[in-house]
Ligand binder design. Structure first.
Ligand code: OMP
Length: 278
């Protein structure tokens, strides 16, 4: 079953919320935990158990695990397993992208089911050119995994490059959207190649040819801590909002460490996200 098919099914069953697991040191402190491997294990363990049982998609942020070294990566492996056993798809946020031969090694690390870090999908960066993503695209297709290509990111610095115009006269972000749409042509019910477009972006650039009808999923981070709301998702994406995975990390996680409060927070977010598909 392709990633697009699995995603379509999980959205039908649980809704489109993408709940992030970002073990920020400040959140560990807020949960009464130390910024140590033990603190990370307890934080991420509870988050994976609760979010994995409620959200359709869970998105661990790799850097917050990597900063604890190899023991942190081992916790990430446990988080991936817990979420998948609980029925969620795991989208690992690693934002990889390199020359083709190196990208192949990254693709093997995250998309080949034989790897201990294999997940359902990862985030990738097209800064080395869309063609540099070919090893990711081929490997993802071979293993029924998914990709989310950065297009118009949620951070305020993004437009400097992403709204620049290429030699062909299109916006850089629009070019990413177009390339992804071509990859998803003919896929049913949903393509396996997604894009990242922040829920915070200003919908001012239709003149650069941005078209969100990519026949694939649109990851929209920025809901909550970065100031965007679920209403913003509807406003930014219009008719394409039903293919959007609104993503929120800190806003949900700060409800812990009480498991019931955390569960309530993710359910509230999942309900609001579900409204977008109606
Ligand atoms: O690829 C991402 O996940 C991502 C892309 C983007 O444009 N903006 C963005 O915030 N993210 C990630 O989404 C998460 C947002 O976290 P919160 O701001 O706490 O909800 C972080 O892990 C970011 O690294």
């Amino acid at each position: 079953m392709t990633f697009g098919q699995r995603l379509h099914d999980v959205i039908g069953a649980r809704g489109p919320l993408c709940a992030g697991i970002d073990p920020h040191p400040s959140l560990l402190t807020q949960w009464g935990l130390d910024d140590t491997i033990d603190g990370l294990r307890r934080f991420a363990g509870l988050a994976a158990e609760v979010l994995g049982a409620e959200a359709g998609i869970v998105k661990p942020q790799s850097a917050f695990f990597e900063r604890h070294g190899s023991a942190g990566i081992a916790v990430l492996e446990e988080v991936i397993a817990t979420c998948r056993e609980a029925g969620a798809l795991v989208l690992l946020d690693v934002k990889r992208g390199d020359i083709g031969s190196t990208s192949q090694a990254y693709a093997d690390a995250y998309l080949d089911p034989r790897s201990p870090l294999a997940v359902d999908a990862i985030t990738v960066s097209p800064y080395l050119g869309f063609g540099s993503l070919e090893p990711f695209l081929t490997t993802a297709a071979a293993h029924d995994a998914g990709l989310f290509v950065l297009a118009l990111t949620s951070n305020p610095e993004g437009p400097q490059f992403q709204r620049a115009v290429t030699e062909e006269g299109a916006g850089v972000g629009a070019t990413v959207l177009r390339e992804v749409a071509a990859r998803n042509a003919d896929a049913t019910p949903l393509g396996s190649v997604g894009v990242v477009v922040g829920a915070t972006v200003q919908p001012s650039t239709q003149r650069l040819g941005e078209d969100f009808a990519i026949n694939g999923p649109i990851l929209a981070p920025g809901v909550g801590a970065q100031g965007a709301t679920f209403d913003d998702v509807r406003r930014v994406f219009g008719a394409s909002a039903r293919h959007v995975l609104p993503a929120s990390s800190r806003e949900i996680l700060q409800a812990g460490p009480d498991a019931t409060a955390l569960r309530d927070a993710v359910r509230r977010a999942a309900d609001a996200a579900g409204e977008l598909t109606r």
